[in-house]
Design a protein around this ligand. Structure first.
Ligand code: HGY
Ligand code: MN
Ligand code: MN
Length: 416
């Protein structure tokens, strides 16, 4: 015998239609999205999301970091709201679902509650966090980090992109600086639905990831300085080649991650070469090392090894070397009581599930510092993400959103 409402399901077709509509905003060149934070495309996506939420009877609040909070009232206005959401900004060659599923899945939960005429005691808030990706303005999860008191607003608003544009000015330019003090809001709980961005759930035939932890991360920005010189007439023994140094450090990062298997990853994803001319030996290279592990000791050890390797390579080649941490969070343990709710709801709904550690960083990793937080994951095809070919199935999207619906109902307390 199912408990009243236990079999409630969201409208998967409506959810999928909304995902496809949002995917038209800031299209990529290969079927995905390029809706980077604080661009005109981001602004357009925000307006579309706002219109959908207001059509669903929600009211909008925006804080000074541009975080969007769309509220569905509860019967008790003094009860702490239950939050759910993720991010609408994408990588430059991003997929249609990374972050977006969590925001539009949360909207679908509210649309379904409206259809079903369900009232909850606690208000429910759907959230779009600004600049989760950190692709344009490092670090990732910047605005949720300010909300959680990890970063100051001044630090965040002074961040610059590769063209020298400043975060605060860009947020002003797109007209999304809100009135609310960032971080003033209090939450009973926060849920983030997200695609796995890895291969485990699909490979094991599981529909739901019950996220217990998130791995920790360092982003180390390395600057190697050598000497610009002619690639033709400069003898090999006279070269001070920053490009060669970057290549050697990149190889060392890979070796260090491999030496710490399992549960360690490392790569260099962003490289800026100066002067970046075909026939000039690079006099300077600036690149970001991304290392991660769910194990604190491994994460710390890898950071030390990467820094020592970079300085050793610089010494070998006569290069200058400076290293600046531009992103960091320690491994995260999500709220066990909420993890248990997610697991129980997946079970009750008949969805196959397994506990999982998030390989990627998410806004939930920071919000977990200020409110009970957890995540729900759905598989993605081939485990591929941060690639325009990122794909999920409508069934996976619906299953994850069904679990989100029931987890939120459990915590927000159904009144009628
Ligand atoms: O880098 C991350 O893990 C996230 O996609 N921002
Ligand atoms: Mn994401
Ligand atoms: Mn991402």
């Amino acid at each position: 015998m199912t408990a009243p409402g236990e079999n409630l399901r969201i409208n998967g077709e409506r959810l999928w239609d909304s995902l496809m509509e949002m995917a038209k905003v800031g299209p990529g060149v290969a079927g995905g999205n390029n809706r980077q934070t604080l661009t005109d495309a981001d602004a357009e996506g925000r307006r579309l999301f706002q219109s959908w939420c207001e059509a669903a009877g929600m009211t909008m609040g925006v804080d000074t970091m541009g975080n969007m909070f769309m509220t569905r009232p509860g019967t008790d206005p003094d009860a702490l709201p239950v939050y759910m959401g993720s991010h609408l900004d994408t990588q430059p060659t991003g997929g249609k679902y990374d972050g977006v599923l969590g925001v539009l899945g949360a909207l679908e939960v509210v649309r379904s509650l409206n259809d079903l005429g369900i009232k909850t005691r606690h208000p429910i808030v759907v959230t779009n966090w600004t600049n989760e990706e950190g692709a344009r303005f490092a670090p990732a999860m910047l605005a949720s980090g300010v909300f959680a008191g990890i970063h100051t607003e001044d630090y965040a608003k002074a961040r610059t992109d590769l063209e020298g544009k400043v975060f605060g000015a860009e947020l002003e330019r797109i007209g999304w600086v809100g009135e609310e003090k960032t971080g003033a809001r209090k939450m009973k709980a926060m849920f983030e639905l997200h695609i796995e961005q890895g291969p485990i759930l699909e490979a094991e035939g599981k529909e739901i990831g019950v996220v217990t932890h998130g791995q920790g991360l360092w982003w180390l920005e390395v600057t190697l300085t050598g000497k610009d010189a002619h690639t033709g007439s400069t003898p090999m023994n006279m070269r001070v080649n920053a490009g060669l140094g970057m290549a050697r450090v990149t190889e060392r990062v890979h070796q260090i991650a491999m030496a710490h298997q399992p549960n360690a990853v490392g790569a260099v994803g962003q490289v800026t070469v100066f002067p970046n001319s075909r026939n000039v030996i690079p006099g300077k290279v600036v690149f970001t090392v991304d290392i991660r592990s769910p194990e604190q000791a491994k994460l710390d050890a890898m950071r030390g090894e990467v820094e020592r390797a970079a300085h050793a390579v610089a010494a070998e080649l006569g290069l200058g070397c400076s290293i600046e941490p531009v992103g960091h969070f320690d491994p995260v343990t999500f709220a066990p009581e909420l993890v248990a709710v997610v697991r129980a709801k997946a079970e009750a709904l008949g969805y196959s599930h397994r506990d999982i550690v998030s390989g990627a960083g998410h806004d939930a990793c920071w919000i977990n510092r200020v409110a009970p937080t957890t995540m729900i994951m759905c598989p993605c095809v081939g485990g591929l993400s941060h690639n325009e070919a990122e794909e999920i199935t409508p069934a996976w999207a619906a299953a994850g959103t069904d679990v989100l619906l029931h987890a939120v109902l459990e915590v927000a307390e159904v009144v009628s």
